[in-house]
Design a protein around this ligand. Structure first.
Ligand code: ADP
Ligand code: F6P
Length: 321
């Protein structure tokens, strides 16, 4: 292995830059040439491929977003389009590819490996924490801290007015951002797609909280359940009295300087990914389980069932009372 490529794909996540920096510098240390592919898989279709050096990745460790840019490239799912991408890799002599992204990006890496024999290694980079084989994805920790900071601010004002606040957070179909931010922020209720609930129970909880003298209710709502405004209408229809406010945090959750945990993951994931390629191994993903950096076959990793922590959810329910 002499030349590798690195790309970031799907939604950007804090820590992607730190990870690109680590891939580039560690790969160069191991004697490899490293090409940065811009805009994810799209860059392989439009020849946006540049040789990087150690200075190309200066001053990015602390920045959110991704210097390589990212994109969603739907046509990449077609076999003939993927063949074009493989031709680009061949034209540059790129023998191994590090893909930093989420579930969708990993499906692309899986196809490149299984259908075309490209040695791919996936690094989990998504705020959603929706990859079952790894305890944490790159970006999740920073995002949860951003949400926590918002909850702190919202709590101040909600308590001052005796209000109910519904905070809608990202995560696609995964409730982890809501769960962790809800636990850390002392939410009264956490609503996630993994734990179906009855409207009646939500209403009962809020009415009881009002009766027992709680001065605010924070409901953290995962976007995979419904929109904040929809939930507000449902609560109003069910005679929840008092003022109910909604806040949809949106893209503020995706930016910002990566936390220490995400920078640590970035460095360690990158080293393991490059080591795998140096050993000529592809069709792999790296992750962290029980505080240890691990690697798995991409097929097995993507087949694992959801790891949603129901026990933590029950704890949150008890602590929020
Ligand atoms: P994420 O990687 O954050 O989950 P997406 O689901 O948008 O983000 O996927 C990112 C990109 O990965 C897509 O735009 C597409 O280029 C590629 N991709 C997604 N799903 C597949 C698939 N089933 N096969 C091949 N490529 C895919
Ligand atoms: O996957 C990351 C994520 O931020 C999700 O939480 C969210 O549903 C989605 O991306 C938003 O995607 P887009 O940037 O295409 O609006």
């Amino acid at each position: 292995m002499r030349k590798i490529g690195v790309l970031t794909s799907g939604g950007d996540a804090p820590g992607m830059n730190a990870c690109v920096r680590a891939v580039v510098r560690y790969a160069i240390y191991r004697g490899l040439d490293v090409y940065g592919i811009e805009q994810g898989y799209k860059g392989l279709l439009s020849n946006r491929v540049n040789l990087l050096n150690k200075r190309s990745v200066s001053d990015i460790i602390q920045r959110g977003g991704t210097m390589l840019k990212t994109a969603r490239c739907d046509e990449f799912k077609q076999r003939e389009v993927m063949q074009q991408a493989v031709d680009t890799l061949d034209a540059y002599g790129i023998e191994g590819l590090v893909v930093i992204g989420g579930d969708g990006s990993f499906r692309g890496a899986q196809d490149l490996h299984n259908m075309f024999g490209v040695r791919t290694v996936g690094i989990p980079g998504t705020i959603d924490n929706d990859l079952a084989y790894t305890d944490y994805t790159l970006g999740f920790d920073t995002t949860v801290n951003t949400v926590l900071s918002a909850i702190n601010n919202l709590r101040d004002t909600m308590t001052s007015h005796d209000r109910v606040c519904i905070i809608e957070v990202m995560g696609r179909k995964c409730g982890d951002i809501a769960l962790y931010a809800g636990v850390g922020g002392g939410a009264e209720l956490i609503l996630v797609p993994e734990m179906p609930f009855e409207t009646e129970d939500v209403v009962k909880t809020i009415k009881r909280n009002q009766r027992v003298g709680k001065t605010s209710d924070i409901i953290v709502l995962a976007e995979g359940v419904c929109k904040a405004e929809e939930l507000k209408s449902i609560l109003k229809l069910n005679d929840v009295t008092g003022s109910i406010k909604t806040t949809t945090l949106g893209y503020i959750q995706r930016g910002g300087a990566p936390s220490m945990q995400d920078r640590m993951l970035a460095a360690q994931f990158a080293v393991r990914a490059v080591d795998l390629l140096m050993d000529d191994r592809g069709g792999k993903v790296v992750g962290i389980r029980d505080n240890k950096i691990v690697d798995d076959d991409i097929d097995a990793a993507l087949a694992m069932p959801s790891k949603f922590n129901k026990e933590l959810y029950q704890t949150a329910t008890i602590l929020g009372l």
